[in-house]
Write a protein that binds this ligand. Structure first.
Ligand SMILES: Cc1cc2nc3c(=O)[nH]c(=O)nc-3n(C[C@H](O)[C@H](O)[C@H](O)COP(=O)(O)O)c2cc1C
Length: 229
């Protein structure tokens, strides 16, 4: 699939078939997901892959009983580490080795500044990690669909209960659940028209932020772009 086709045809899928989703396939998908960009390249994400029946059932309990959590081949909880310094040393060593930093002193300065971020209020650190980890979640979904593996992102879960159920250590934000699996034959999610999107004109503001109150949905553009490929 071309990247454009991946973007245009991905859907949030709620009905999955019985075909097994191999761990090797999941590893390949994560291999692509980890190429997502992140602030300072600090890669705060971690992926908890639940592909055993009882684990998925436990996740469903904290996800307001959404049935695709157990119907999917796997449910992935995308976590974000709220400590920006957690992986800073090897990442900045790599920058220095590859010439992205001019000197050891500059590297030390960067390390200090990232260490300082650990003192930010928790809310800010949660926002910080959510930004990068969400990009990883999106990349995960595109990487999956490129392999014919459907997905659904989910924010409908009780974060505290999830942390508790899976004994997650302190300092990790459950950013999103992503279900993964092969779509059931004839699933409406794939076969129905794409859910509509707000128009380019409404959401694009060149030079001046001038949001308009009026909602202008634009299915035709989306369909036309998809049809061109
Ligand atoms: C942050 C986020 C949270 C979502 N949470 C849920 C959810 O809890 N349950 C669910 O079934 N779908 C969830 N969705 C899927 C959306 O409903 C879906 O992306 C949207 O309707 C557009 O449909 P599409 O992804 O098929 O284009 C979520 C999507 C996003 C991006």
């Amino acid at each position: 699939m071309s990247f454009r086709e991946v973007v245009q045809t991905r859907r949030s899928v709620h009905e999955y078939g019985d075909e097994e989703l191999e761990r090797e396939t999941i590893r390949d998908i994560v291999d692509d997901a980890r190429m997502a960009p992140s602030g300072y390249n600090l890669q705060p994400w971690e992926f908890l892959v639940l592909d055993e029946e009882e684990d998925q059932a436990a996740l469903r309990e904290v996800a307001y009983d959404q049935d695709h959590v157990t119907g999917a081949g796997a449910a992935v909880v995308v976590f974000g580490n709220t400590d920006p310094a957690a992986h800073a040393q090897p990442v900045f060593d790599d920058w220095l080795d590859k010439g992205y930093l001019p000197s050891e002193d500059v590297k030390e300065g960067l390390l200090e500044s990232v260490d300082g971020m650990a003192g930010l209020p928790e809310t800010e650190r949660r926002v910080w990690t959510t930004r990068s980890s969400s990009l990883a979640a999106m990349t995960l979904m595109y990487a999956a669909w490129d392999r014919g593996v459907a997905s659904c992102p989910m924010e409908g879960f009780d974060a505290d209960a999830l942390l508790d159920t899976f004994d997650v250590p302190e300092g990790y934000e459950p950013v999103m659940i992503v279900t993964l699996g092969y779509a059931a034959d004839g699933t409406d999610d794939i076969e129905n028209d794409r859910k509509t999107r707000r128009s380019v004109d409404e959401i694009t503001h060149f030079g001046e932020f001038d949001p308009v109150a009026e909602t202008t949905l634009d299915d035709e553009t989306v369909d036309a772009v998809g049809a061109d490929d």
